[in-house]
Structures are given as structure tokens and as C-alpha cells.
Write a protein that binds this ligand. Structure first.
Ligand code: UDP
Ligand code: MG
Length: 233
């Protein structure tokens, strides 16, 4: 097998109504790119896995049981073989047609490109919650991005070494990558309403945990070991 240039990592948990359409849209958006689609099934109890069309360039990692979005993303990033790693939600809320624009930003020299959702297509309650969370998190972790809640991101392979596996990590990818000195940029991306299946989060299981994680990440960034070895003259 030829090593693909780009790995698309898609965490999916009970997304049977979305994966087939997503796969079609990804194939269309990436027709000029050498890529692999890496679905990480996070213990779905519906027909998600059966709905993924198996063919060359499509890989499926299946968790034994539901372990969480961060775990699925971490496992996908670890298993990916591309030089460039793209993260996208499996529920069609992100639009694959934005991916070429993310890749163009990497070409221009960024190490991590984060999408931010221009017109959020979620309930007002979720939008307000997310706005507050993004603002607090961005100040506190100094990640410098306005919407870490947007999964759609592209990074050079090296950036994944900055990530540490903990539940909730997916909200701190920019903070961790920037913490090691990588160049981050942001571009606006489309956002769509969820048409099939349900969100896996609510206020109770997101706000409190994400706040605790924020303190942990801040501590980690303050105490993280960074060193550079002298190169011989
Ligand atoms: N997801 C996952 N494991 C989980 C929760 C979510 O793999 O335990 C996936 C989910 O299938 C989707 C993405 O993570 O592809 C984002 O989840 P969701 O759409 O529920 O989040 P929201 O859009 O509400 O922030
Ligand atoms: Mg969603």
C-alpha cells in the first residue's frame, strides 16, 4: 500500500444515519488528494460499522466499548499513517468540502489549522454554552483560538506528539500543540444542523468536566518539560 498523504480521522458513536453520506462527501471533497479514511468506532450499539463502505483507503478501528470522543480521536491519530492528519466529526455537522482549505493553510506554513464555526447550527442554549466555554478556555489555556469545540482541524503529523491521552483532551488540542511552540492558525468553516441521531453531550456532562480539565491543562502547560539539545558545530 502507498502511504497516503492525508489521514482523515472520524470518531463515530451511534452515527448509523450519518456515516454513509459522510463517506460520500469525503470522497468527493478529497478526489484530488492521496488519503485514507480512518473511522474510529467508539463502541456503537447501532449499525454504524455496517454502514461504512469497506474499500481500499478505508480503515476501521473498533473499540470494544464506548470510551469517549477524546479516546477515539487519540487512537485514530495514533493509528494514522498520513503526513497530514485531519479531524472531523462523524455526524455531518462539519462539512468535508472545507478540508481542501484547511490543507492549503498547512501549505502556507501553519502546523495546525483549526476551523471555527461561522454560523453555528445548534440550539441557542448550546451556542451560548459553547461561547462561554470557548472564551474562558481560550483565556485560561492561552490557546489563542476562538472555537476549540469545532472538531474540524488539520495538523502536520509531528503535532500529535504534543497530545496527551486523557478524557477531555479533544477540547485542548490547540492549547497542547501551541504549548510546544507549533504555529497555529484558524479559518472559518461551515456548520450544519445534526439531521440524524443525537448529540452525545449535555450541560451536565460537558461544562463541569471541561472546566476541571482546563485547570489540569493549565497546570500541565506550566510544568511541561521542554528542552532543546545543542547541535554540534
Ligand atoms: N463521539 C464519540 N464518542 C463519544 C461521543 C461522541 O466518538 O463518546 C463522536 C460522535 O459520534 C461525533 C463526534 O464525536 O462524531 C461529536 O459528537 P457530538 O456530535 O455528539 O457532539 P456535539 O456536536 O454535540 O458537540
Ligand atoms: Mg455534533
Amino acid at each position: 500500500m502507498i502511504t497516503p498523504q492525508v489521514s482523515i480521522i472520524i470518531p463515530v458513536y451511534n452515527e448509523e444515519g450519518n456515516v454513509a453520506q459522510l463517506q460520500k462527501e469525503l470522497e468527493l471533497a478529497l478526489k484530488d488528494v492521496s488519503y485514507e479514511l480512518l473511522f474510529v468506532d467508539d463502541g456503537s450499539r447501532d449499525r454504524t460499522v455496517e454502514r461504512i463502505q469497506r474499500k481500499p483507503g478505508v480503515r476501521i478501528v473498533e473499540f470494544e466499548k464506548n470510551t469517549g470522543q477524546s479516546a477515539a480521536m487519540y487512537a485514530g491519530l495514533a493509528a494514522a499513517s498520513g503526513k497530514i492528519l485531519v479531524l472531523i466529526d462523524g455526524d455531518l455537522q462539519n462539512d468535508p468540502s472545507d478540508i481542501p482549505r484547511l490543507l492549503a493553510e498547512l501549505d502556507r506554513g501553519a502546523d495546525l489549522v483549526c476551523g471555527y464555526r461561522l454560523n453555528r447550527r445548534d440550539t441557542w442554549f448550546k451556542r451560548v454554552q459553547s461561547q462561554i466555554a470557548n472564551r474562558v478556555r481560550s483565556r485560561f489555556t492561552m490557546d489563542g483560538v476562538r472555537d476549540t469545540g469545532c472538531t474540524l482541524k488539520a495538523m502536520r503529523r509531528e503535532c500529535r506528539e504534543a497530545l496527551i491521552p486523557f478524557h477531555g483532551m479533544h477540547r485542548f488540542i490547540p492549547a497542547l500543540v501551541k504549548g510546544l511552540g507549533y504555529r497555529i492558525t484558524e479559518i472559518p468553516v461551515k456548520h450544519r444542523p445534526r439531521l440524524h441521531g443525537a448529540s452525545k453531550y449535555n450541560l451536565g456532562n460537558r461544562a463541569l468536566r471541561a472546566t476541571i480539565d482546563m485547570f489540569g491543562v493549565r497546570w500541565f502547560l506550566d510544568r511541561q518539560i521542554k528542552f532543546m539539545i545543542k547541535t554540534s558545530k
